[in-house]
Design a binder for this molecule. Structure first.
Ligand code: GDR
Length: 314
């Protein structure tokens, strides 16, 4: 008999895959929600039981929660690529924002004792009001994605306060690793480093090299998500390393790891800048650290891990 049953939305994504690994290791029965597309959904772990539902469709979410009766629900699914949110603001609002309300309603009506984790985002801080950012820092989103994540965050707080649900938010700063999607900047850089080192490519064209992010390892961050749901009381927690680097510094470290000088290969194209940029993010995770969590992988090790993994790719 499994110890506990977990339901993960976004199980096919980077964080979902690490979380599924962690929960399976811990003896959970793991269920995942997948959206129907013409290409079949892929999960790394065949043990994960898949259910078809969509964040835009209330009845499908309610049905999955009713059937699975999870102990823990992790809502990681979203339209998660910030640039796309300017092209598809309403879709982003529907999935990334209203999707949270639908998941909460599914839990409230079908399994109200389940513990609920919402993947809130450092993008909520946007044009930062103070630095470093902590749980009490005001939000100032700078994209339709950030605005939708703010809604998701507050509707989770509201579900806790209105209905007494065990609903928590992890305000997650950028989390990376070899499984990161290739459109995000860290993976764009590490795949290009590998291609350039192997002589398949000469140049990498990026947008803003001065933007700074608090980059951590997804494998560390899923430990934090699990720990948050083990607390007797639901609450909000920043998940971050407390160290920030620029996109340029990420390039420097990644190219240097294979003996290359990034300045010879990286070009910044101002036409790729975002309509409104989040210039600098730096998280203060003291509240979470007080529960015993700390990141194990530092910036340099993260960069090396990602470059090495891309060098191994055929
Ligand atoms: P972000 O991640 O928007 O912070 O959101 P991303 O890696 O896309 O951008 C980080 C920074 O890099 C700059 N940048 C580029 N970004 C991309 N994608 N491609 C480029 O070529 C490029 N050049 C420079 C960007 O301008 C930006 O400043 C991520 C997502 O995972 C969200 O879903 C999540 O909520 C937050 O992290 C925390």
């Amino acid at each position: 008999m499994a110890l506990k049953r977990a339901l993960i939305s976004g199980v096919t994504g980077q964080i979902g895959s690490h979380l599924a690994d962690l929960l399976l290791e811990k003896g959970y029965e793991v269920h995942g929600i997948v959206r129907r597309t013409s290409t079949p959904a892929k999960v790394r772990r065949p043990e994960v039981k898949l259910h078809s539902a969509d964040l835009c469709d209330q009845s499908s979410l309610s049905e999955v929660v009713r059937v699975v009766q999870p102990d823990e629900v992790y809502n990681l699914a979203a339209q998660s690529f910030v640039p796309t949110s300017w092209q598809q603001p309403a879709l982003t609002g529907d999935t990334t924002g209203l999707g949270v309300a639908r998941m909460l309603e599914a839990v409230r009506h079908n399994c109200p004792g389940a513990r609920f984790y919402q993947a809130s985002s450092s993008e909520c801080y946007g044009k930062v009001r103070e630095s470093p950012q902590h749980e009490g820092t005001s939000f100032y989103p700078r994209s339709p994605y950030g605005a939708a994540k703010c809604y998701g965050h507050w509707i989770t707080v509201n579900a806790r306060e209105s209905y007494g649900l065990h609903a928590s938010s992890g305000i997650c700063f950028n989390c990376e690793g070899p499984r990161r999607g290739v459109e995000f900047v860290t993976r764009r850089i590490t795949t290009a480093v590998a291609a350039i080192k192997k002589g398949k490519q000469e140049t990498l064209v990026l947008g803003n090299l001065d933007a700074r992010r608090d980059w951590g390892f997804a494998g560390d961050y899923v430990q934090a998500m699990h720990l948050i749901l083990q607390q007797p009381k639901p609450d909000d927690y920043v998940i971050a390393t407390g160290v920030s680097h620029s996109v340029g510094q990420f390039c420097e470290a990644a190219f240097a790891h294979v003996g290359l000088d990034w300045r010879r290969h990286v070009v910044s194209d101002p036409t790729l800048y975002r309509p409104a940029e989040v210039d600098v993010l730096l998280g203060d995770a003291r509240k979470l650290r007080a529960l015993g969590w700390k990141p194990e992988v530092d910036f340099e090790s993260l960069v090396k891990m990602m470059v090495d993994a891309d060098m191994e790719m055929p």
